[in-house]
Each structure stands twice: as structure tokens, then as C-alpha cells.
Design a protein around this ligand. Structure first.
Ligand code: PLP
Length: 480
């Protein structure tokens, strides 16, 4: 049974911002339903009793009972004998874990599922220069379970320069951040341990942590950021062993954790003795020139930080890292031995060179991404004005709020219009996401313009086939 619940005052704050419209029971049910659809009430959460909710909303008990009955009939609540009503995400809205190919298909489709771009121009020169150093590597076995020392020294200096004192021997080089997360999850989780994730979050992280044996618990976040009181409550209710967080340009919302939020989140983690896995994969992709923020792990001595060269430089390097407290380095290297025996040494050499030259390479990357971000946002505003978004200060993706619950339908129909997108629910841990869509701006402006044209055609098609209410806020039926 779930131990998470939403209290009557918390639910009141979310549903009663404006007066209810008649019939009140139906309006209340609709407001609750939208919270479920948006992932703000997550699957398995216990609802307040009818009596408590009626009292706090100053409604009759029969009105609240009728709203709950409606929600149960529509599949958004389930009643459990003797323990109340629990949030449920109807089966038709649970998306499969299958992801379409990351890039444009051979048939000329535009792939908008993978947030990664082509290599920066400077990369080729770094590969050539690294090749000259190759003889230094060839004398050894090539197996580097902790990683190339030269790269660990560069990385340690980078962490320390950002305010997080780090020794090279606290670092383990991996084949990308996802591999790092798999190692960390497998090392730190025992079967059935709870792990708290932001919802929505990086979709592959959900799978990785589940495959490591974790029981995933959702903590709702949005483009507006992290609710520190909600985070404290989620820790109190669930006592998770781990919390996986993406403080910089959170994937997919683009939110960037403020200094106060960092302190609040860290305080709660320390209080509840929950260890943080901090994913810094996107930290270098600040696009509007703001000063960097303190690494979250600087507030949390036992945190494990993971990162990657994939987004700052190039995904094809397949180089990432783990920064762990000293006592965890050895167990993590032992855990990794069952999975792989180290990342490729040559690419580690290239990554070390890129880090040493990071300001030049990153300057070009950021300029390109900023232009592409602004271009995509502009094209969407002109072509699909109903789609809302908050322009992120960095990262690689726009997080779209659709005017209705059509994300899975849109994704399904997109294939036949030559564009491939990931439906919003794929990023949610406890259900929700039908009103969201993630669009990366990593392609060229020409490709992005074409993608928006195709998406506009898909959107028109979906609404022609399924119909839409005059208010534009509801579709007529669920996904087939
Ligand atoms: C937040 C986050 N973490 C990890 C990864 C995986 O990165 P890598 O390519 O280094 O495995 C991604 C890729 O999109 C990501 O967005």
C-alpha cells in the first residue's frame, strides 16, 4: 500500500484557486482529473477523505462524494476497502517504454526524440592532437576501471573551480552519464529500496533506477522549479534511500534550481538521511550568460554526482563520470566490473583535451544552441500559438504545455507525417504528461522549421480525427 498522501489543505490549494462552476461536483472532479493528467497528483497517492475535503472546501459531503464517484467511474481514482481513495492513471494513458530511433529515420523523417546535436567544429582537431599522444597509451593494457588519470585531474580541477573540492581519486570515468547512473544505482540500491525522482524527469533514468532494483517514487516538478516544502513532505512520507535530481536545466522542464532551493533541498536530504544522486549532465549549457550556481553536492558531503561530456561536447565520445565520496569509490569500481571494465582510453584523452579547452568549444556550442532555441520557440509561437512554453535558461529542450490531453495521440500520428516525437507521459514517474511534449532544439534551424511545419500538420490531423471542444480544453475520447 502507498504511504504517500495529499492532505485536504494541500488539495484545496491546488483545486480551489477560483470559485467552482455549477454543477460543482463535476467541476471539482475535472480539476482533480487535470492534476492527475499533469502529473501533479501521482499514481497511488491517497486522497483526503470525503469528509475532510468537504469541510475544507466548504462543500456538502454529497458534492465531494459525487466528484469522487465520477473520478472512480472515469478511472482516475480507485477505492480500497477501509483505506480510502487512491489516485490512478487510467491504463490507456500509460505509455510503453519503447522509444523510436533517436535520429531521423532513413525514410526522411525528422527525429525529435533525442536531445543531442552534431559535434562542434573544434572536435576534429582535438581528435588529431590526441592521436599524437596515442603511443603513451598503447604500452598499457587499455583497461582503466577508474579512468585515465589525466582526465580525472582535469575534471577534479573543474569541480574544485566550481566550488566543490574534489580529488582525482574521487572520480570514476564511465561510458556516458547513463552508464554512470546504472553503476551508481546498482551499487547503492538494494531490491525494493525506494528512490525518489522528479516527475517529469529524464526517461532513461526512470528505467535505469528501476532496473537497479529501486521502487520509484514521484516528486512533482514543473518549469517553475522545485517546491521545497513538497520535497520535504515527499521525503517524510516515503523515506527513500536515494533521490535522483537534475538541478541544472532539468530534463525535460528546463528548470534551473536557485540557490535558496538548493539549500532547502539539501537541508531536507540531510534531515531525512537520503543520499542524492545529482545529475549534472546539462550543467555547462547555460545559454543566457547567467553566473553558474553552487553545485548541489557542495551542500551534501555524501552526495554522488554524475556528469558527461555528451551534451557539452559530443554524445559520440561516450564519456561520463561519477564523483563519489571517498568511501564509495572502491565499491563503485567493484560494481562496475560486472557491467564493463572501463571507458575507451582514446576518447578519454580527447575528453581531457576538450576540458582543457572548454571555454572555446563551449562558447561555440552555446551560441549555436541559443540561436536554435530561439528559432524553435519563435517558429512555434507563430505556427502553433496554442502551445505554451517557458523559455529555458539553458539545456537542450523546450517543454511544451499543450492546450489539451493529446500528447500520446500526437506522437502516434506524427510518424505518418514524417516527424518522430516522444509523448509527454514517457517522462513521468507516477503518471501524467498527456498535456506535455518535449522538443529538442539540437537540429539546425532549417530542420527545426520543417519539424514545426510537420507538427502543425499532425496537430490539425489529430484534432480533425478526434474532435475538440469549442473551448479547446478537452478532447472527445481517450487514446485507442
Ligand atoms: C539528464 C541526463 N542525464 C543523462 C543523460 C545521458 O547522457 P550520456 O549520453 O552521457 O549517457 C542525458 C541524455 O540526454 C540527460 O539528459
Amino acid at each position: 500500500m502507498s504511504t504517500s498522501w495529499v492532505s485536504a489543505p494541500q488539495l484545496r490549494d491546488r483545486v480551489a484557486a477560483t470559485p467552482f462552476l455549477a454543477p460543482v461536483y463535476r467541476d471539482l472532479a475535472e480539476r482533480v482529473r487535470l492534476l492527475v493528467v499533469d502529473g501533479r497528483l501521482t499514481h497511488g497517492l491517497r486522497m483526503p477523505s470525503e469528509r475532510d475535503l468537504a469541510e475544507i472546501l466548504q462543500l456538502s459531503r454529497s458534492t465531494v462524494a459525487a466528484a469522487y464517484t465520477q473520478l472512480r467511474a472515469d478511472g482516475y481514482l480507485v477505492a480500497r476497502q477501509g483505506s480510502g481513495n487512491f489516485v490512478s492513471v487510467p491504463h490507456s494513458r500509460v505509455v510503453s517504454t519503447h522509444l523510436p530511433g533517436p535520429f531521423g529515420e532513413e525514410d526522411g523523417s525528422i527525429g525529435m526524440t533525442c536531445a543531442s546535436g552534431s559535434a562542434p567544429a573544434a572536435l576534429a582537431a582535438h581528435f588529431r592532437a590526441a592521436a599524437e599522444r596515442l603511443p603513451d597509451l598503447l604500452g598499457g593494457s587499455g583497461y582503466l576501471p577508474d579512468g585515465l588519470e589525466e582526465l580525472r585531474i582535469e575534471l577534479a580541477a573543474w569541480f574544485t573551480g566550481r566550488g566543490l573540492r574534489t580529488d582525482p581519486d574521487q572520480l570514476i570515468i564511465t561510458a556516458g552519464a547513463l552508464s554512470a547512473l546504472n553503476i551508481v544505482g546498482r551499487c547503492l540500491l538494494s531490491a525494493g529500496d525506494k528512490v525518489l525522482l522528479e516527475s517529469p524527469t529524464y526517461s532513461n533514468a526512470i528505467d535505469a533506477l528501476r532496473h537497479s532494483g529501486g521502487r520509484t517514487v514521484a516528486y512533482p516538478v514543473s518549469a517553475a522549479g522545485w517546491d521545497t516544502a513538497g520535497f520535504e513532505q515527499a521525503l517524510r512520507q516515503n523515506s527513500p534511500a536515494l533521490a535522483y535530481l537534475i538541478p541544472e536545466y532539468q530534463n525535460p522542464t528546463g528548470a534551473w534550481m536557485g540557490e535558496d532551493e538548493r539549500r532547502g533541498i539539501a537541508r531536507s536530504l540531510r534531515r531525512h538521511r537520503t543520499r542524492a544522486i545529482v545529475d549534472e549532465t546539462l550543467v555547462e549549457l547555460s545559454l543566457d550568460g547567467e553566473a553558474p550556481r553552487t553545485p548541489l553536492a557542495a551542500h551534501l558531503p555524501d552526495a554522488v554526482t554524475i556528469g558527461s561530456a555528451s551534451k557539452a561536447f559530443w554524445g559520440g565520445l561516450r564519456i561520463g563520470w561519477i564523483r563519489a565520496p571517498h568511501d564509495l569509490v572502491r565499491p563503485m569500481i567493484e560494481t562496475r566490473a560486472a557491467m564493463d571494465l572501463g571507458a575507451a582510453p582514446f576518447e578519454q584523452l580527447v575528453a581531457a583535451r576538450l576540458l582543457a579547452d572548454r571555454e572555446t568549444v563551449l562558447g561555440q556550442q552555446r551560441t549555436r544552441l541559443r540561436e536554435q532555441r530561439d528559432h524553435l520557440a519563435q517558429r512555434l509561437a507563430e505556427t502553433l500559438p496554442d502551445w505554451q512554453l517557458v523559455l529555458p535558461a539553458g539545456g537542450l529542450t523546450l517543454w511544451i504545455s499543450l492546450p489539451d490531453e493529446s500528447s500520446s495521440r500526437l506522437a502516434a500520428a506524427a510518424h505518418s507525417h514524417g516527424v518522430v516525437v516522444t509523448p509527454g507521459p514517457r517522462f513521468y514517474v507516477g503518471g501524467g504528461g498527456e498535456r506535455n511534449l518535449r522538443l529538442p532544439y539540437t537540429a539546425t534551424e532549417t530542420v527545426l522549421t520543417e519539424a514545426v511545419e510537420r507538427l502543425a500538420a499532425v496537430w490539425a490531423d489529430v484534432h480533425r480525427r478526434h474532435g475538440r471542444s469549442a473551448a479547446g480544453s478537452q478532447t472527445m475520447d481517450l487514446i485507442a
